[in-house]
Each structure stands twice: as C-alpha cells, then as structure tokens.
Design a protein around this ligand. Structure first.
Ligand SMILES: Cc1cc2nc3c(=O)[nH]c(=O)nc-3n(C[C@H](O)[C@H](O)[C@H](O)COP(=O)(O)OP(=O)(O)OC[C@H]3O[C@@H](n4cnc5c(N)ncnc54)[C@H](O)[C@@H]3O)c2cc1C
Length: 483
C-alpha cells in the first residue's frame, strides 16, 4: 500500500475538482488530487465554457444581465424548489471566477447565447482553432498548470473508493493505483467532485427511471459511474434526487454530418408516433425543453420533419438558428449527407416520396400524420392556431422527398445527489455538515430541480468551477481550524 498524508484530498480532477484544488492551495492548504482517468479535465474537455454573470465581456457587449436578473429568472424557473443561498453565492462569484481563470492564462472569446431566447452568459474559451467543441479543454489545461505551480500533487489513474471516517470526521481516502495496489491518503478534509453517474446504466435506471441507451442517450464521458455519490452517502451525506441533465438528441448525433444535425434540429414540424404535434417548435432550440417533451411521448420519441422545399430554403438562406456547437453554416450537402448517414447505419433517419410512405417507414400513425401536415400547411398561410409558432418558422411541407429524424431524450449525464449547503459542505439528513466532507460540480448540482436551466448557458460548467472554488475555500478554512 502506498500512503500519503496531506490536508485536503480532492476526489477527481474535472473542472470542479481542479478548481477546488487550486483554490484550496491558493488559500494555503496542502492538497492531493486523486483522478480516475489518465488525464484531467473530465467532461469539460468536451465543452466550450462556463457561465459568468456581470462580467466585463457582457459590459463590453452591452449585454443586460445582472446577478439580480439572473437570480430572479433562475428561482422562478425552478419554482423556488432549490437552495437560493447557493444559487446566489454561485452567481455572485461567477464574474470574479472568469477573472480568476484569466489570471491563470485562460482567454475568452466573449459572452454568448446558446439560442436566441437564452441570455449571453456562456463564456466560451478562446483556442488556437476558433470557436468550437472542446474549447474548455484549454481552461482545464490552465487549471492543471496552476495546480502544479501551487504544489498540488495530482495522482492520475488513481480512482478513489472510500472515505475513511474516524470519530464522525473525515480522516482519509482509500483509492487504488493503476496496477490495482491500494493507496491511502490521510487527510482532514475530502472534496468529492466525480461528475455524477452518467455512464452507469443500473444507477440511472434506479435513480431516474430512464434506460440509458434505450430510451435516453447521454453524452457522458467514460468512467463517470457515481463513485462520489456512493462514497458521500456511505460517509453520511444525505441522498437527494439524482436527475438527468436533459438535452434532446437526434439519433446517432455523434456520427451525423453537420448539415443533417443542423437542418433536423431547426424549428421544423415535430410530431409523435400518433402523428400529432407536441410543442411550439420554435422552443426546440432549448434542448432541455425538447428532451422533456420527448420524454412525455410514446416510446419517448418524436420526429422532426422537413420536405425538399424547406431544405432548399435552408440551403439558400441559411438555417434559422445557428448553433455554436456545430457552427458549420453550410448545409448544401444535406440530401447526400442524409443518404450517406443512412448507408452508414443510422436507423433514425427516413427519406420518403410521400407523407404516407414516411408514416409507414417511421411507424407514425398515417391518417393523423396526413391530417397534421394538411392542417400545418394551412396554418402556414394564416396563423398557427395549435401552438402559436412564430410565422417566420412556418413553412409548408409540399414537395418530395420528405425527410424525418427521430429525436430522443438525452443529456450531459446526471446532476445532483449529494446535499450541500452554500459553503459546499456535504450535509446529512438533519442538514448538519459532515465534518471535513465537501462536494462540488455535478455530484452536488441540485440546483436545477427537474430541468437544466439552458436559458443561462454555461450553467453546469459554471456551477462546477464556482462550487469547486467554494468547496476549496471552505475546506481550506476547516483544515486550518483543525490544525
Ligand atoms: C459534450 C459535452 C459538452 C458540454 N459543454 C458544456 C459547456 O459548454 N458549458 C457547460 O456549462 N457545461 C458543458 N457540459 C457539462 C460540463 O462539462 C459538466 O457539467 C462539467 O464537466 C461537470 O464538472 P465536474 O467536475 O462535476 O465533473 P466532470 O467534468 O464529469 O469530471 C469528473 C471527473 O471525475 C473523475 N472520476 C470519476 N470517478 C472517480 C473516482 N472514483 N476517483 C477519482 N476520479 C473519479 C472522472 O474521471 C472525471 O475526470 C458539457 C458536457 C458534455 C458531455
């Protein structure tokens, strides 16, 4: 067994863990990070950037978002069903966190919206390749470098297994190294930051009811198995509901050409297996809303449908909603790209010469679909009496071929499960802090209630970095008092 002694063990080196480690070390604590993977950064290596509110970028861009406005929006959105003190502290700290990241070399492109109705709170990290997926890996590199500069020891490929409790207080963490040998870290405080349980099918089924890979498809990175949740609950922390951080997916999205994902994700006609419309499609841009809607349909499925005249419109004029995650605005290869995706095995895309044929291929109720398309086409000449969709998105389906894409619930993984207070202390059923135990990031993200708050984008990485910092501050104070 290899044994280490330190003041604070940070369990995991994703954005919350790295932020916790850097903050605690800046506050004078001795820190060891235990990371399961061979690299740091966690899921945030896939993402683009964190939330900030009241930042210099927003002032420069004349974006009107304040902590007060965001806080009120957030609390109303969640029906006040979450910890207001934690939300307030997170939002209030978020602008200073952007500067804290800049001080260690992170640069930002500015503050962005995810879709038109969202606020420009998404601070996309600048890279040498322009705006695009994985930009936030540059932030993680800077955090890692800063941690090393501060003397934080990072043990890669060393998954934590158990929190050692003595006299009701944290006394250490047990882990294993890459060869399976036991590692013991003696410490006074542990900060749990393992990113939820997005890959753990059984856990997801038990906690949320979704069948991951069957009726819900999330993008969690490998290794996110709920280890931290289990360790925290075993150590005495209260078990709060675990949720899916909902974001709908077009089936096979990871392998789809950009033009297909772009066009099928537009505010097109959206129906369920009954052939009925299910929402005002202009709200589809908020993929949390779309995922919630899909979750309430038969087989948790809905279909986005376009005809070739709508495709031609998008090719000529560009798509209605440009997505920064898939910023390629050129959709001219759509017809060939759909065919290619189908040939490559995508079973969620359909091409038909008539609406009736499309119904047969997809399994949608034919009679209802024909009626729905007729009615929808009529609304295109007048107003959408059914769901009040803005006229600018109303385009009739009149010309073959017709295309459909299956859309399912999805998510970035799980959020929540460990009760924390505004100091990121893990708390027991009586709301009392478990001495020496802290949690941050997705493991402790109980602030969305049942739906991810996409109206303030960057929210989950923002929560991870900011709660990581708060946990680091609290733990550093605690270990100093304990010495
Ligand atoms: C494709 C994609 C894009 C995204 N884009 C954005 C975005 O632009 N903005 C945004 O706000 N959010 C985004 N998110 C979400 C965001 O990345 C997460 O909310 C954030 O990374 C959560 O941080 P975390 O530190 O809690 O966990 P994670 O980033 O998931 O890190 C958890 C870490 O824990 C480690 N670990 C697991 N078990 C153990 C163990 N037993 N011992 C030690 N280590 C362990 C893992 O290896 C991992 O490194 C995106 C997510 C995905 C998947």
């Amino acid at each position: 067994m290899t044994e280490y002694t330190t003041q604070i063990a940070v369990i995991a080196g994703g954005p919350s863990g790295l932020s916790a480690a850097v903050q605690a070390a800046e506050d004078g604590a001795e820190v060891i990070v235990l990371e399961k993977a061979a690299t740091v950064g966690g899921a945030a290596n896939m993402g683009m950037g964190p939330l900030g509110i009241g930042t210099k970028y927003q002032r420069q861009q004349m974006v009107d978002i304040t902590v007060e406005k965001a806080f009120k929006m957030f609390m109303e959105y969640t029906h006040y069903n979450v910890d207001a003190r934690l939300v307030k502290r997170y939002f209030e700290q978020s602008a200073e966190t952007i500067e804290w990241l800049e001080d260690m070399g992170v640069e930002f492109e500015g503050a962005f919206r995810y879709f038109p109705k969202s606020e420009a709170t998404w601070h996309i990290v600048k890279t040498d390749q322009g705006i695009g997926p994985r930009a936030a890996s540059f932030m993680n590199k800077a955090l890692y470098a800063r941690a090393q500069e501060l003397g934080v020891q990072v043990l890669l490929e060393t998954p934590a297994k158990k929190i050692i409790m003595e006299d009701g207080k944290v006394a250490g963490v047990l882990a294993t190294d890459k060869d399976g040998n036991e590692v013991k870290v003696n410490c006074k405080a542990a900060i749990i930051c393992t990113g939820g349980a997005g890959c753990n099918k059984d856990f997801i089924k038990k906690e949320t009811g979704y069948d991951h890979g069957v009726d819900m498809f999330n993008f969690a990175i490998p290794g996110i198995m709920g280890d931290g949740l289990r360790m925290a609950w075993e150590a005495g922390a209260d078990h709060l509901p675990v949720r899916i951080e909902q974001a709908a997916v077009i089936e096979g999205i990871d392998d789809l050409p950009g033009s297909v994902a772009n066009i099928m994700g537009q505010p097109n006609l959206l129906v369920n297996y009954d052939g009925k419309r299910i929402m005002n499609e202009e709200e589809m841009q908020n993929t949390t809303f779309l995922s919630n809607v899909a979750s309430h349909q038969k087989k948790r499925t809905c279909f986005s449908i376009v005809d070739s005249s709508i495709v031609r419109y998008y090719v000529k004029n560009g798509v209605d909603n440009v997505c920064l995650v898939r910023p390629d605005p050129d959709v001219s290869d759509f017809p060939e790209a759909v065919k290619m995706a189908k040939e490559n095995g995508n079973e969620g895309l359909f091409i038909a010469d008539t609406i009736e044929e499309l119904a047969e291929m997809t399994g949608i109720n034919e009679e209802n679909l024909v009626d729905t398309v007729d009615e929808y086409n009529d609304y295109c000449d007048s107003v959408d009496e059914e769901f009040f969709k803005d006229r600018r998105y109303m385009r009739p389906l009149i010309k073959a071929p017709y295309y459909a894409a299956r859309i399912r619930p999805g998510g970035y993984g799980t959020v929540g499960g460990i009760r924390i207070n505004e100091n990121c202390e893990a708390c027991d059923k009586d709301f009392e802090p478990v001495p020496g135990l802290y949690a941050a990031g997705a493991d402790a993200c109980n602030i969305y209630d049942d739906s991810y708050m996409f109206l303030l984008p960057g929210n989950s990485m923002g929560f991870a970095v900011n709660t990581g910092r708060i946990a680091g501050m609290s733990a550093a104070e605690y270990v100093e008092d304990e010495d």
